[in-house]
Write a protein that binds this ligand. Sequence first.
Ligand SMILES: Cc1cc2nc3c(=O)[nH]c(=O)nc-3n(C[C@H](O)[C@H](O)[C@H](O)COP(=O)(O)OP(=O)(O)OC[C@H]3O[C@@H](n4cnc5c(N)ncnc54)[C@H](O)[C@@H]3O)c2cc1C
Length: 254
Amino acid sequence: MAAGTSSDVFDIVVIGGGINGCGIARDAAGRGWSVYLCEKGDLASATSSASTKLIHGGLRYLEYYQFRLVREALLERETLWRIAPHIIWPLRFVLPHHKALRPAWLLRLGLFMYDHLGGRKLLPPTRTLRLRSDPAGAPLKPEFTLGFEYSDCWVEDSRLVALNARDAANRGAIINPRTNCLEARRDGKVWRLTLKDEPTGEIRTVQARTLVNAAGPWVGDVLQKNLRMNAPAAAWPARWPATGCCCATATSSG
Ligand SMILES: Cc1cc2nc3c(=O)[nH]c(=O)nc-3n(C[C@H](O)[C@H](O)[C@H](O)COP(=O)(O)OP(=O)(O)OC[C@H]3O[C@@H](n4cnc5c(N)ncnc54)[C@H](O)[C@@H]3O)c2cc1C
């Protein structure tokens, strides 16, 4: 994953080596664009190695009628599992019903939608469980008589990031961890980035036609301090089904 030089003008420079930055780098390199990614620490050293590691559709968003969001996340769930079965595994969840929850028929309806909204083909469907006789009920108190078992997946999140970065590099992207973006400035039609190689302290520049700010929780810092832009960061630490992760901001010089 060689270092870029000041004479290069990349199609895209990505700030941030989490899942969003590495995913964007891979996607862009796969489309034939020249890509440079800088990450101030190690790849996946921030949020992308501290997730709950679920690849899920976001069952609870059905309650908010976010059907499109859930559908997209469910479609992505099986796609991800298909392309990386060595780091993603199916996981069954048991939801014991009790009277503080929504009525059982409503939960079953929600899970029916969860099963069918996203074209599930590989994962097993929801099962209704009689908890007194089903082994899944064995560790539960006897008052739990009814439950539901449904599917999602779990992932080794940091490996997913590293594999995206590896594949982006295989497609020609330059991926530079331990490279801090100190400043990004418009210079005519290009962005000029000042970068610091953290281990050596060496300063260098790269240029790009398009800049992607995928700095996760630092997305606002990068906008305001590095880019000196007053625009509010289009990212907020909130909710996360499989595809609805933190927003990245992209700025084109064109
Ligand atoms: C507790 C928890 C549980 C979660 N569970 C799930 C889940 O089950 N499923 C799911 O899909 N999502 C989940 N998420 C959300 C998911 O983890 C995040 O949405 C995702 O990791 C964000 O990725 P990112 O690439 O945007 O940010 P990050 O992974 O934070 O990456 C941003 C990177 O930018 C770098 N950076 C910042 N400033 C600079 C700079 N100036 N120069 C160079 N690099 C810079 C940082 O070092 C960092 O590595 C969870 C999150 C948390 C916290």
